[in-house]
Design a protein around this ligand. Structure first.
Ligand code: GDP
Ligand code: MG
Length: 447
């Protein structure tokens, strides 16, 4: 998961100051030394780091914080607010033209993820925003590029406009927009060619396309794995074309995340979406505040809830929530919930959005694939009714019996029991947080 290293370090650092009843300037300085290192290690632009640290310090040693009753927490709040600000403050939404279609040019270097993201974005626009998109294959240089977009279109059942590779991209864009007007499409997404490096021929072509198609958005697709370089790329595309938004891809990978934290601050281009995987539903709206919370270990419950609401059976979710609240969650519920969660996507991705999730060891390593789910199911099915409700009665000989019954090693039974315990503990944490009213209206529908 992206930001893992940064998140770990920042959380360790802020943990130390959290409960303090009195925070001195020296405490703040010490914390900010750590924060500075953590950001630099995450590959955040050094100037961005410098400004960030300065701003937090100024605010953190100010009156509002020092005089408050919970200075430790106030300092953390300042860090979170500034981190949010760094990434753009509020969510930057996709444009909607009042004279449809809304035209979007997708630009970026080769391999950044343009074509995939074009497909994902059309999917998101249709699914979440209820829009009718048209995909346009304007990368005529890479042999398989048109085919790639057509395949995506077929998978999604979204039409792809193509004139083969003998017509100029500018002409393709022009005709596509005409067609979209006639046939009342809401969005035209133009997938353009990339290069390995920025070159003049490419830029001129993109400029000409911009002239002709008068786009409402020019989205720069950047690979988050490229770190600092992503910022330079963004800067030159922006100078030449006037980029209106960035889409960061491959945030699922094990990148240090510096790009995400630097792009807005350095180039002023807002990040609008983030790619969280290769699959066509793995594009998310970018919310600076939620991302900041994720980085600081406060979780991103809102995104999780949105995901859940889109996929989970609401009745069942309510039931589970009730059980979770009253701590009567059993292994049978666990099975039920596995089935629900499976519909949502990779579990480790979901878990990383939970508050404090990366402090719970067993959970962090809980990567579930189909086979493992089958094993888990087998183990649970080998438990007696009583054991499922009161797993604390499962002693060594019971464990042996369950292992035998499920055909899995005893260690695996142990592991599952441990994970179940951890999960319950986490529920407890979250519900107590809920009761203190910290997150008003916070509901956790399925876990
Ligand atoms: P283009 O050259 O810019 O059009 O890039 P492509 O769309 O062909 O993507 C290049 C590679 O990156 C493909 O293998 C994609 O599956 C992969 N890719 C794109 N977005 C993501 C993402 O968010 N996460 C991951 N893991 N892979 C991605
Ligand atoms: Mg492509």
């Amino acid at each position: 998961m992206v930001f893992e290293g940064l998140a770990d370090r920042l959380q360790q650092t802020i943990q130390r100051i959290r409960g303090k009843g009195k925070v001195t300037e020296e405490d703040v300085n010490e914390m900010m030394r750590e924060v500075r290192l953590a950001l630099l290690e995450a590959d955040v632009n050094f100037k961005v780091v410098k400004d960030f640290v300065k701003r937090v310090k100024e605010r953190a040693v100010g009156q509002e914080v020092m005089k408050s009753l919970t200075p430790g927490q106030q300092v953390i709040k300042v860090v979170q607010e500034e981190l949010t600000e760094l990434m753009g403050g509020t969510q930057s939404k996709i444009a909607v033209s009042n004279r449809p279609p809304t035209v979007i040019m997708m630009v970026g270097l080769q391999g950044a993820g343009k074509t995939t993201t074009t497909g994902k974005l059309s999917n998101l626009l249709r699914k979440k925003y209820n829009r009718k998109p048209l995909l346009v294959a304007a990368d005529i240089y890479r042999p398989a590029a048109i085919k790639q977009l057509e395949t995506l279109g077929k998978q999604l059942n979204i039409p792809v406009f193509s004139l083969g590779d003998q017509v100029s991209p500018v002409e393709i864009a022009k005709q596509a927009i005409e067609k979209a007007k006639e046939e009342h499409y809401d969005y035209v997404l133009i997938d353009t060619a990339g290069r390995l490096h920025i070159d003049e021929a490419l830029m001129n072509e993109l400029k000409e396309m911009k002239e002709i198609s008068n786009p409402d958005e020019i989205f720069l697709v950047v690979d988050a794995m490229t770190g600092q370089d992503a910022v330079n790329v963004a800067q030159s595309f922006n100078e030449q074309l006037g980029v209106t938004g960035a889409i960061l891809t491959k945030l699922d990978g094990d990148t240090r995340g510096g790009a995400a934290l630097s792009i807005k601050a350095v180039t002023n281009i807002p990040i609008k979406f983030v790619g969280m995987g290769e699959k066509l539903d793995q594009l998310e709206d970018f919310h600076p505040e939620r991302m900041a919370s994720r980085i600081l270990g406060m979780g991103d419950v809102l995104t999780l809830i949105e995901k859940a609401q889109a996929t989970v059976d609401q009745e069942k979710a309510k039931e589970l929530e009730e059980k979770m609240r009253t701590m009567t969650f059993t292994f049978d519920d666990f099975l039920e919930q596995l089935a629900q969660v499976r519909k949502l996507g990779p579990l480790d991705e979901l878990i990383s959005m939970l508050p404090g999730a990366n402090k719970i060891k067993g959970l962090k390593d809980l990567k579930i694939d189909e086979k493992q789910i089958k094993h888990v199911e087998a183990i649970i099915q080998s438990m007696t009714k009583e054991e499922k409700i009161h797993p604390e009665i499962i002693n060594a000989s019971r464990k042996k019996r369950i292992a035998k019954g499920s055909g899995r090693p005893v260690q695996e039974v142990n592991r599952l029991l441990k994970q179940f315990e951890d999960m319950k503990k986490m529920f407890k944490q979250m519900t107590s947080m809920n009761m203190k009213g910290k997150k008003k209206g916070f509901k956790f529908p399925f876990m």
